[in-house]
Design a protein around this ligand. Structure first.
Ligand SMILES: [Zn+2]
Ligand SMILES: [Zn+2]
Length: 352
């Protein structure tokens, strides 16, 4: 097998050849055909996550050792299975759920592997899709993507379910006559703008500082799109929603966007925080009882979220995000493009 690997943090990736691994026990070997390049790969490549206020967590502290193969948005073909792996066929193609826990603790057994304290996430803890082959610990992490184009299915394993899982958290708050607000319509928020019309009742409002993203959101069915950097943005949202939105999702996660989201809520509204921009905000404590509001955090999504999203997509209900396919040799360029910002509309998906 061949892998584009981090040899030194932040330096160009290098192609390395290794013996192709053989699956044992319940493991499955997948030949990677689509590997999405995610914004969090840029941070992994750098070797640390910035926590704000001077705080930093390094990948080395999390136990990641070099050389390392990134890539958590994976789809491909099953080429070998371990003797105890049941329920998947060699030669069949699947999307791979990467957010894998230990598989044996309490939360893992309840299907909440995201909450596991000893994760084995593909491409962030163990070798991922920047390699031509990936070992998946169990067949249950392989999901049939039906009629969804394979590169798009790969992006659903991270950015897709991140958007979808957040939407599920406001689903029951938003009735047919209600409005919901998406703050930040690029990247994951861009996925949300595409998925929301197929999944949420109610009318979509979008806030983004970029005119192009606002125009695109309107094409996708938003009934209103405001520039949240302008002074009258909040008043417009309140007016367009007839007094405030029933649900809002903040895909930016800055103190300003969080405040915007809270102030846009009507009584009984709910704000879901997704974006990792960082910083600290102060919130009036009396707003919670006065507005009877809820604020909830959301991080990626569950295996069940991936199944449901792929079903929705397979039924032809979700407009695909723009995808640019590149060969894995261009991994470093693709990371640099993401880091620079504004160079990738939608997602880069690599092939091997
Ligand atoms: Zn990701
Ligand atoms: Zn666990």
């Amino acid at each position: 097998m061949r892998a584009m690997q981090i040899i030194e943090w932040g330096k160009p990736l290098q192609a390395r050849e290794y013996p192709t691994p053989e699956p044992t026990g319940e493991q499955v070997l997948v030949r990677v055909e689509s590997a999405g390049v995610c914004h969090s790969d840029v941070h992994i490549w750098d070797g640390y996550f910035d926590l704000g206020g001077g705080g930093k967590v390094t990948l080395e502290q999390r136990g990641v050792k070099l050389p390392f193969t990134m890539g958590h948005e994976i789809a491909g073909e099953v080429v070998a299975v371990g003797p105890q792996a049941k329920g998947v066929e060699v030669g069949k193609r699947y999307a791979v759920y990467p957010w894998i826990g230990c598989g044996t603790c309490n939360v893992c057994r309840q299907g909440e592997e995201l909450l596991c304290l000893t994760p084995r996430t593909l491409g962030t803890r163990t070798s991922g899709g920047y390699g031509s082959h990936v070992i998946v610990p169990h067949p249950r992490y392989l999901v049939d993507y039906g009629k969804v184009p394979q590169p798009l299915a790969a992006t659903y394993t991270c950015s897709g379910i991140t958007a979808f899982s957040a939407m599920k958290k406001i689903h029951d708050h938003v009735g047919v006559g209600d409005h919901f607000l998406i703050i930040g319509a690029g990247g994951v928020g861009g996925q949300a703008v595409h998925i929301a019309p197929a999944y949420l009742a109610g009318k979509m409002l979008v806030a983004d500082i970029d005119a192009g993203k606002r125009a695109h959101a309107t094409e996708m069915g938003a009934v209103g799109a405001v520039d949240n950097s302008s002074a009258d943005a909040l008043a417009k949202v309140i007016e367009q929603s007839g007094g405030g939105v029933a649900g809002a999702i903040d895909f930016v996660g800055s103190p300003k966007t969080m405040e915007f989201g809270i102030n846009a809520l009507r009584k009984g509204g709910k704000l879901v925080m997704v974006g990792l921009y960082g910083g600290a905000a102060s919130i009036s404590t009396v707003l919670f009882p006065f507005k009877m509001m809820t604020i909830e955090g959301s991080y990626v999504g569950t295996l069940q979220d991936l199944r449901e999203l792929l079903e929705l997509g397979s039924a032809g209900k979700v407009a695909p995000i723009p995808i640019e396919t590149r060969t894995a040799d261009r991994a470093t360029d693709s990371l640099a493009d993401l880091k620079a910002g504004g160079k990738v509309p939608g997602r880069v998906v690599m092939t091997h």
